[in-house]
Design a protein. Structure first.
Length: 298
């Protein structure tokens, strides 16, 4: 799929006690100027090359922000563990749409939205590749991460990239070292193979009716609805990774709903422990943990 965009290096500087933050424009597509906030540890050296977590926010493709609470929490935490944290904006193609992104939104429009989201995430990653020295990023250790809509996009990018691209050579240089998904799902877990399986963190509530925990319709839509579309949720993905002997950490929130997509700061230690072991040290960890829903004001 051909598309035109212009990359402009627009950088703004501000800092806190823990890190430096710079904002870049990674693409311009139509009326959308797509930016990323890059969080860097304050003690970084010019020659350092660090692993990076690239975060895509949720919001049903109609809302959310790269500067939300979850986004700043995970990026700040990444810098405390000597990672680069990047939070990106992307095209919110369902913003203002009367049908939203539920059962009244056609499967065709849902797939188009997924497709464009994958392209935005790939373009953000390409920008990181092209500017890795400037950003102090180790391109062999790029971790794709997101929640809800963002989790759906990063999982499709990591495991089903070729399904969404018009040519076999597009973005062929881009690879990911790991994935982090809060309440995400993909179209077909059979596309996860020994060639593309990577260490994966999965958080999901068992009673999520927006994005299925197992294999079920998106938004729990009935077959007669225009938005009916089957998705493979975190449980199905984890079973596939287990079969392939690929590292994973699956946090099952018993009785949890779609608010499990929210990132809780106390979960981040476990996530970065897993990343340190699997991405940095190439260890194989397969772990499933059962937890209870956390209060919304947690």
């Amino acid at each position: 799929m051909k598309h035109l965009f212009i990359v402009i290096l627009i950088v703004s500087y501000f800092s806190s006690s823990a890190q430096n933050i710079k904002t870049y424009t990674y693409a311009i597509k139509g009326l959308d100027t797509l930016k990323m906030d890059v969080y860097t540890p304050d003690n970084i050296k010019e020659t350092d090359s660090l692993p990076v977590v690239v975060w895509m926010h949720g919001g049903g493709f109609s809302g959310g922000s790269r500067k939300g609470k979850d986004e700043t929490n995970i990026a700040n935490f990444a810098t405390s563990k000597n990672y680069i944290g990047i939070s990106i904006s992307y095209r919110l193609l369902r913003k203002g749409a009367k049908t939203g992104f539920g059962c009244k939104c056609s499967k065709k429009n849902k797939l188009f939205t997924f497709n464009q989201g994958v392209l935005d995430f790939l373009d953000a990653t390409q920008f990181i590749y092209d500017n890795s020295d400037r950003l102090n990023v180790d391109t062999s250790k790029i971790i794709a991460a997101g929640s809800s809509a963002g989790a759906e996009i990063i999982l499709h990018t990591v495991f089903m990239k070729r399904f969404f691209l018009s040519t076999e050579t597009a973005y062929e240089n881009i690879n990911y070292a790991a994935a982090i998904s809060f309440s995400g799902a993909i179209l077909n877990s059979d596309d996860i193979t020994t060639d593309n399986a990577i260490p994966t963190v999965l958080f999901h509530g068992t009673e999520d009716t927006t994005v299925p925990f197992n294999t079920a319709p998106h938004h729990n839509c009935q077959p007669n609805k225009t938005g009916f579309m089957m998705l493979d949720g975190s449980h199905t993905i984890a079973e596939k990774l287990k079969e392939l002997e690929t590292p994973y950490y699956f946090n099952i929130v018993k009785g949890g709903h779609h608010d499990v997509a929210n990132v809780h700061i106390n979960d981040l230690d476990d996530i970065f422990y897993f990343l340190d072991k699997t991405v940095k040290k190439n260890e194989v960890i397969q772990m499933t943990e059962y937890t209870s829903p956390k209060p919304t004001n947690y």
